[in-house]
Design a binder for this molecule. Structure first.
Ligand code: GDG
Length: 726
């Protein structure tokens, strides 16, 4: 049976210590409450920290038994590790940086080491529980190393990861000293999910720029597998909030609040105490609103619910002081006998009280400076059964992308918040209803269950895709068969591409020179006169001559412009011309000027614009522009434009590697043919091969080749096997 293993920092149950006794209580917070119903409906296990130290949990056997009976497996952490990992790396490093507060981020080696230790402790627990068929779903920024640690222990596992906070832009993310480890950690997953497309885009951009992997269409081609990244905006338990009028406890609470608030209209603000939530800015805007609109004095109340959070972190302690001061100041300035403009609650309320406040409030003022999603905005909207109520929402909350019918504001713009409050309090009922109904329809359809199901569907789809690719992978067994076929053959032809196939790409073409080991390997392959080795490259003939001229191999330069038989001299197709270069060169020069880091390589019958060292995004954009521009210029010149790996090449039509390769293929009755290549210029070779040939593409993209290998090192190790090495 396929089970689901949910892994998050906290279990949905928390152990609290009160007067020396331990008690189990449901955890509060979006993830725990949202997923609770979903995970109970299928065979699932939840793995996480239970909120108390290792020693205590071991002592209390009945607590442990109760957790297990609820399918909760605690990860035991020492108090020191919790301090440095949770209060340290998670909340003093990642949280501020990922929410664009880089000045608050602390970079401490101790924190980092604790983060690594705790992620390893989680990996040990999960690996001990997981069975081969299980799906593992890891949550949030506390566990970003866990996917890789699990992949090392369980290579075949199905692993999804969801980040609940924003993924920042590359410029911010790159500030993190351990940025590569974090990305590599996440890439251990098969699917990495985010709340919005922007966050997914930022992640892909960082992967591309920091790790150099190819990314496109939400897919990352890592060394040995593909990983998907996509947006899944988290939903809420819609039913629970939209049924608030049928909850007697919530109704009683609503009456109680109403009595206390009198006839005043209610503006509601609900957050954990956090500097990302923009609470002081919101209060200042409210004060300005009262200055500007004396008619609303004694007519509105701001209910400010602030839930204590991270009370040991300095910035939170400071913020608490700041809030206390501001509330006092505003109440002192605007309040009158019998009316305080702000009703300040610094505590966590039970669900029915929170739901009562939502349903009672005329306006929800949700103005975080930065928020991954913000479930409060969604929960408030869901409770508006009669459709009346206005949501004011900051554009930097992920939720703003789905709740476009709210009044959307910039949380740093006080004027805008003041105007939004005026508009909200004066909005005609019909308009409120129309706006809420549209949002409610969306929230009902895409609730937390739908969110989780869509994530799961995509995860399983990704796994299937990987399996299809694996089916094309040249397995160890097949490699042995290939090597033995080669050793038994009487006439063997090896057609080998060079860059990206026998050696990895280097920033500059000259840096990809073959090492002594590779030259020795090629020499061994040619020792037996029954073998014919041909290097088919896009490089110029002088480079190939200087690197491989001493070997007994055939050489093809510039994709087939120049050919050298083994033991012979260089020859070319006579009809080729190069006068066109005068026209094309200036165009490429202007692209070099506009794309720092790019350069032109001039070959005898072709011109190449390289952009591997340019900023990747800019390089790709310019490459597309260049292709467009050239296709107009070359229309009558009997030329073709090829896009290779980080290059755009212009050369005569009718030249391709396949044409060059056919010269050797048709010459003999080969009983063994092997072709290795990596980019689409090698596809012409793959296409003209007889069906019995071994054709192998490096990497995972679509190809006419029959097999895949992941990297040049795998290609050279295959060649080594063929000559009898290990
Ligand atoms: C993180 C991301 C993302 C609040 N006060 C009380 C209470 N709550 C509940 C709300 C809501 C949850 O806590 C808060 O969720 P948010 O989404 O607003 O914010 P974070 O806690 O910062 O959550 C956030 C979320 O993860 C999910 O991915 O949206 O961006 O920062 O569900 O109802 N619940 C109770 N009493 C309270 O006083 N019972």
């Amino acid at each position: 049976m396929q089970r689901l293993l949910i892994v998050s920092n906290r279990l949905p149950l928390t152990i609290q210590e009160r007067k020396g006794d331990l008690h189990i209580e449901p955890s509060v917070g979006g993830l725990a409450t949202g997923l609770r119903s979903w995970y109970k409906s299928s065979p699932s296990i939840w793995i996480g920290w239970a909120g108390i130290g290792r020693k205590k949990i071991k002592k209390e056997k009945d607590i442990m038994a109760r957790l297990l009976s609820e399918n909760c497996h605690p990860v035991a952490l020492s108090e020191h590790d919790v301090e440095a990992y949770y209060h340290g790396f998670c909340n003093r490093t990642i949280w501020p940086l990922f929410h664009y507060f880089p000045l608050y981020a602390e970079y401490s080696e101790d924190f980092w080491q604790a983060y690594e230790r705790v992620n390893t402790a989680f990996a040990n627990v999960v690996a001990g529980i997981a069975r081969p068929n299980d799906i593992i779903w890891i949550h949030d920024y506390h566990l970003m190393l866990l996917p890789k640690l699990l992949r090392e222990r369980l290579p075949k596992a199905t692993v999804g990861f969801f980040l609940h906070i924003p993924f920042p832009s590359f410029e911010t993310f790159r500030l993190l000293p351990w940025r590569k480890q974090i990305l590599e950690g996440l890439l251990g997953a098969d699917l990495v999910g985010f709340h919005t497309y922007d966050y997914a885009g930022h992640f892909l951009d960082s992967v591309h720029r920091l790790l150099g992997y190819e990314v496109g269409m939400g897919q990352i081609t890592a060394t040995d597998r593909v990983v998907k990244a996509d947006a899944f905006p988290m939903g809420i338990n819609y039913e629970q909030y939209s049924n608030v009028d049928q909850d007697p406890k919530a109704q009683a609470e609503r009456k109680r609040f109403r009595k206390k608030l009198g006839d005043c209209r209610v503006i509601l603000s609900v957050d954990r105490l956090d500097y990302t939530k923009g609470i002081p800015q919101r209060l200042e805007a409210f004060s300005l609103f009262l200055d500007r609109n004396p008619k609303f004095k004694r007519k509105v109340i701001l209910v400010l619910l602030v839930v204590p959070s991270r009370t040991r972190v300095e910035h939170y302690i400071q913020l608490k002081k700041q809030l206390d001061g501001l509330v006092g100041e505003i109440n002192g300035k605007h309040g009158t006998i019998g009316w305080m403009p702000i009703w300040y609650l610094y505590r966590s309320l039970p669900f029915h009280s929170l739901a009562a406040l939502y349903s009672l409030a005329d306006v929800a003022l949700v103005t975080p400076l930065r928020d991954g999603m913000n479930l409060v905005a969604k929960e408030y909207t869901a409770t508006k059964i009669d459709g009346k109520g206005v949501l004011i929402l900051s554009e930097t909350a992920g939720a703003a992308q789905e709740l476009g019918e709210a009044i959307i504001i910039n949380a740093n713009n006080q004027e805008e918040i003041v105007q939004a409050l005026e508009k909200a309090l004066e909005m005609p009922e019909q308009e409120q209803i129309e706006r809420n109904r549209t949002m409610q329809k969306r929230l009902r359809r895409y609730d937390v269950v739908q969110w989780a199901n869509e994530f799961m569907d995509k995860l399983l789809y990704t796994k299937k895709l990987q399996q299809e690719m694996e089916e094309k992978a040249l397995t160890y067994e097949m490699q042995r068969t290939l090597a033995s076929n080669f050793q038994k053959s009487n006439k063997a032809l090896l057609l080998l591409d060079y860059d990206g196939t026998l050696v990895p790409f280097a920033p500059r073409p000259v840096d990809a020179m073959p090492g002594a080991n590779l030259l020795r390997l090629l020499e061994k392959l040619t020792r037996n006169p029954r073998n014919e080795v041909v290097l088919i490259s896009g490089r110029d003939k002088d480079t190939l001559e200087s690197w491989f001229g001493g070997l007994n191999v055939g050489l093809v330069a510039e994709h087939g412009v120049w050919i050298k038989e083994k033991g012979g001299g260089w020859e070319t197709i006579e009809t080729l011309t190069s006068e066109w270069k005068e026209e094309v060169h200036p165009i490429l020069e202007s692209w070099v000027d506009r794309t720092p880091g790019s350069f032109i390589e001039e070959k005898e019958y072709s011109l190449v614009w390289h952009y591997r060292k340019a900023n990747p995004g800019l390089g790709e954009l310019r490459a597309r522009e260049l292709m467009n521009n050239l296709s107009n210029t070359i229309a009558n010149l009997n030329l073709q434009v090829l896009e290779g790996s980080k290059v755009v090449e212009v050369k005569n039509t009718d030249i391709n590697k396949g044409r060059a390769a056919s010269r050797w293929i048709s010459r003999e009755k080969w009983d063994f043919i092997l072709a290795l290549g990596d980019d689409w210029t090698d596809e012409d070779t793959f296409k003209i091969l007889p069906s019995t040939a071994w054709s192998i593409k490096m990497g995972f993209g679509a190809s006419a080749a029959r097999f895949n290998l992941s990297s040049p090192s795998k290609a050279t190790s295959l060649l080594r096997k063929m000559v009898g090495g290990r």
